[in-house]
Structures are given as structure tokens and as C-alpha cells.
Design a protein around this ligand. Structure first.
Ligand SMILES: C[S@@+](CC[C@H](N)C(=O)[O-])C[C@H]1O[C@@H](n2cnc3c(N)ncnc32)[C@H](O)[C@@H]1O
Length: 226
């Protein structure tokens, strides 16, 4: 982990955690979907948003928890008929407020929590967890960030599926736009992924799950584990 991201304990410090989500203001969230899922996925990361939507449509269960929900884009667009329980978890209250409004038809439960710390909520365990475009934001190396899965584990039923996507910073072939955005976002602390590669993701998932599937599309790793 980069020196300036770590506190004395080696855990990411509060400033690094804050930098990774403070950008999600109401104004920014009003154009986030068009910027990220409209433009960047296509022209910089070269991973079709439709491929991520397929991942959601095939893995969403009736008891779902979305970790790092952003605007609620994927749950909204996947357009599942109904949920027995839908939980939206985020460290950022603007993300929770916006996605709660957008997904009001599902009467979601809201949980304001930091994934890098143990999560103290009591819930019926979820059968699926979505974790999309969160890992590349979190400070630390991949092996350290994946502690978020250990924090989510008590909220998962036996056999629950974890799925999502993350933008890699290493072992990819970024085009000019991707190189520019990776440099810019990492300099601002919005991304912390310059050392993230598919091997580290795969190793961390395999240590925690029996079945791990990873597909890379452009700069993005799409994963599913149970
Ligand atoms: C790049 S956005 C992705 C949003 C959404 N999943 C998507 O793909 O559109 C990252 C999300 O992770 C949340 N986040 C960042 N750091 C977090 C943390 N430490 N704990 C919980 N959520 C966090 C942000 O607030 C934001 O909602």
C-alpha cells in the first residue's frame, strides 16, 4: 500500500477512504451514469455496459445486497420484477439518497457503512451481492481491499453469489483515454488501482470461494464467485 494511504496500523487512513468517495456529490451523481456507463465504459475502459447488465440479470437474486450502489444504475436497468429484500449499502449518503429514490419501487433497506470496516447491521442474509466498480476505488493493494468480502460475509447466506466488476490498472492494454483517466483519478485518490491486476483479484477470490469465474473485457475484470 502506498505510504500516504496507510495509517500506523497499516489500514487505509481516513483521508484515503474519504477521497475515494467524496467525489459523489449530488451534482456529480446527476451526470455519473452518462459519464461512466455511457462514455467511459465504451471509449476508455472498452467494456460494454450491456455486458455488466447481463451479469446483473443472470445473478440478481430475490434477496440482494448492492455494495457501493452509486446511483443504483444496474439494479434499476436490470429491472428485476421484485425483491423479497433489497439492501443498498454505501459509505456515501448522497449515493444512498439518490439510489433509494430511483429504486423506491423495491422499498430498499439502506445501510450507510464503510466496507473497509466490519459492518454492524442485522439483516436476513442475502443470496446475492453486487460489488461493481468499487474495488478500484478503495485504497490499498488488491489483497488488502478484498477484506471487504470478509466484511460482507456475515451478510451472505450459505452459497450466496458475489459478482461485479472492477477496472484494472496493471496487465491491461489501456488506450490513450484510459491511460489519461487512470492517471487523473489515481492522482486525485478517486481510484487506487495502479497495482490491481487480474491475478491478485483471482487469488483473493479463490482463497475465499470454491467457484470463481473472471472474464476480462478491455480494462475491466468481471467476476462471479460462490
Ligand atoms: C465508482 S462508484 C460505483 C457505483 C455503482 N456500483 C456503479 O457501478 O455505478 C463507487 C461506489 O462505491 C462507494 N464507496 C467508495 N468507497 C466505499 C467504502 N469504503 N465503503 C462503502 N462504499 C464505498 C462510493 O460511494 C460509490 O457509490
Amino acid at each position: 500500500m502506498a505510504q500516504d494511504q496507510a495509517g500506523d496500523s497499516g489500514a487505509p487512513n481516513a483521508a484515503a477512504i474519504e477521497a475515494a468517495h467524496a467525489i459523489y456529490t449530488p451534482l456529480m451523481l446527476s451526470f455519473y451514469d452518462r459519464l461512466v456507463h455511457g462514455l467511459s465504459n465504451r471509449f476508455a475502459w472498452r467494456c460494454p455496459t450491456e455486458r455488466m447488465l447481463e451479469l446483473y440479470r443472470s445473478n440478481l437474486s430475490s434477496r440482494h445486497l448492492e455494495a457501493g450502489v452509486g446511483t443504483g444504475f444496474f439494479i434499476d436497468r436490470a429491472d428485476r420484477g421484485e425483491f423479497e429484500q433489497l439492501t443498498l449499502l454505501d459509505i456515501n449518503r448522497h449515493c444512498l439518497a439518490r439510489s433509494a429514490r430511483r429504486l423506491a419501487r423495491y422499498q430498499p433497506l439502506l445501510c450507510e457503512a464503510n466496507l473497509l470496516a466490519p459492518i454492524a447491521i442485522e439483516l436476513e442474509p442475502a443470496d446475492s451481492i453486487g460489488l461493481t466498480y468499487v474495488l478500484h476505488c478503495l485504497p490499498g493493494r488488491m489483497a488488502e481491499k478484498l477484506i471487504v468480502i470478509d466484511h460482507l460475509r456475515p451478510l451472505m447466506s450459505k452459497g450466496a453469489v458475489l459478482f461485479g466488476a472492477t477496472i484494472l490498472g496493471r496487465g491491461i492494454e489501456p488506450n490513450g483515454a484510459a491511460r489519461f483517466l487512470l492517471r487523473l483519478y489515481n492522482a486525485k485518490g478517486v481510484f487506487n488501482n495502479l497495482d490491481d491486476d487480474v491475478e491478485a483479484l483471482s487469488n483473493g477470490l479463490k482463497r475465499r470461494f470454491e467457484l470463481v469465474e473472471i472474464e476480462t473485457k478491455g480494462c475491466v475484470a468481471l467476476f462471479r464467485a460462490c
